[in-house]
Design a protein around this ligand. Structure first.
Ligand code: PSV
Ligand code: MN
Length: 425
């Protein structure tokens, strides 16, 4: 009886002539040209950290307290500063007015000092017109003119904070909406929103931007006043030239093509930036790229392709918008930032010239392979090299674990955290 012949040996990693080994265990996968593109992309890459991502948060069912969570604005700055020192790409921190500057403009000097102390700059200013009792039926969309006025005043105060802190962006998210059909006049609320946003816009100085965020539902479960990118776009256009749209990746219906929204907004010069997080069901606040990393890659690809085609920076900001109740706050943040860098680097590898040719000739498999090849490449060795060249640790997570910082803040804050059960952030 004949013995079956052994299966043919498959060479998994081809040996392209233009590539060199950059420490990926002998597997030669990234060309010099691609390495240069990655380095160039990383040099320009920034992702803003959310102050609220360092504090104890929870779900509406409860909170699991972490002894090391930040208990004050100063501690949020300290933690964000630590993440920036380890990763090198997070020089700004987004602030939520009520949570971080409860005394409004009177807190600006202290906040500015904290920023300097920790090597950070204040990032986007997030007004809060959703938490006070008066906003039960809405803020700018409330049928009561006195409440609309109160909300508007908070927005104007936030613009003043923005000016004092030298922050470019005012990041607006509204919880406004209704829970039961027929209970609110949707068109009237739209007019009130348009009016309030315009007044806020006109109070802003030159060079400042208004970012209009949308969300389909939660906390409102029947209608939300700014429910999708079309509504945000219409409001931004009506407000004036300083206003653009903010895309929060968690704020979409299932299966929505987010990168198409990104491509449209880029093309219309109406994309201000992103809130990044991942989601499995709705606005779940999961770690960026933990469920669908290819989607984040496709978003970054749309931006990179736009920049290649137009020869100018897209001018869009990246911010993490995640509150982790179960993962350690700082570790979750480092993991997120690392993932963001990897996906951004992968998108930078795409050969745009080749891709454009494939798109024009409708070479479908080749075009798609262009993306898939970049997405499948392990860019971590290049990122490690980049980090070391900048005087950063090659592995930010490992450096954090070795630093003793977590042990120190756990000891310093443990008692305070166990005592404070109620605040949101
Ligand atoms: C609302 O879900 C949101 O995305 C807004 O950006 C808020 O400012 C942020 O989350 C608060 O966590
Ligand atoms: Mn958001």
């Amino acid at each position: 009886m004949m013995k079956p012949s052994p299966p043919p040996r498959i060479r998994l990693t081809p040996y392209p002539e233009t590539t060199h080994d950059i420490g990926s265990g002998g597997h030669i996968v990234i060309s010099n040209k691609q390495t240069d593109r990655i380095i160039h992309a990383l040099n320009a890459f920034h992702i803003e950290l959310p102050s609220w991502g360092f504090a104890n948060t929870g779900t509406r069912f409860g909170k699991f307290l972490q002894p090391a969570a930040a208990t004050s604005t100063a501690e949020k700055f300290a933690d964000a500063g630590m993440v920036h020192r380890l990763t090198g790409v997070c020089p700004t921190i987004a602030l939520h007015v009520l949570w971080d500057l409860p005394k409004g403009v009177d807190d600006c000097a202290a906040v500015q000092a904290m920023a300097v102390e920790h090597g950070l700059r204040p990032g986007a200013i997030n007004p809060n017109v959703f938490q006070d009792q008066s906003y039960k039926y809405g803020s700018l969309g409330n049928p009561d003119p006195a409440i609309r006025k109160e909300a508007l005043q908070h927005l104007l105060d936030s613009v003043e904070i923005q000016k004092r802190l030298g922050s470019r962006d005012l990041s607006l998210w509204f919880a406004d909406g209704s829970n039961y059909p027929g209970t609110q006049n949707i068109r009237h609320r739209r007019h009130w929103f348009e009016e309030g946003l315009k007044i806020t816009h006109d109070a802003m100085a030159d060079g400042q931007r208004m970012m209009v965020e949308y969300k389909p539902f939660e906390p409102a479960f029947y209608h939300t006043d700014i429910a999708d990118w079309g509504m945000a776009l219409a409001f931004a256009k009506a407000a004036g030239p300083k206003a653009k749209v903010l895309v929060d990746t968690g704020h979409h219906y299932q299966a929505q093509n987010i990168e198409q929204i990104v491509a449209w907004l880029l093309d219309m010069n109406m994309l201000a930036g992103f809130h990044f997080n991942d989601r499995r069901y709705a606005d779940d606040d999961l770690t960026m790229g933990s469920i669908d990393p290819y989607q984040v890659f496709r978003i970054f690809h749309e931006i990179a392709q736009f920049e290649w085609e137009t020869g100018k920076p897209a001018g869009v900001d990246f911010t993490v918008d995640q509150s982790h109740n179960l993962k350690g706050k700082i570790e979750a943040m480092i993991q997120t930032v690392t993932t963001a860098m990897e996906l951004y680097a992968k998108a930078a590898m795409v050969d745009h010239e080749k891709l454009a040719g494939y798109q024009t000739s409708c070479a479908l498999v080749d075009a798609e392979t262009c993306l898939k090849d970049a997405f499948s490449t392990d860019v971590r060795p290049v990122i490690r090299e980049w980090a070391v060249s900048k005087g950063l640790p090659a592995d930010a997570m490992d450096a954090f674990r070795q630093s003793g910082y977590l042990e120190k803040i756990t000891a310093d804050r443990g008692q305070k955290n166990m005592a404070a059960v109620s605040s949101y952030a």
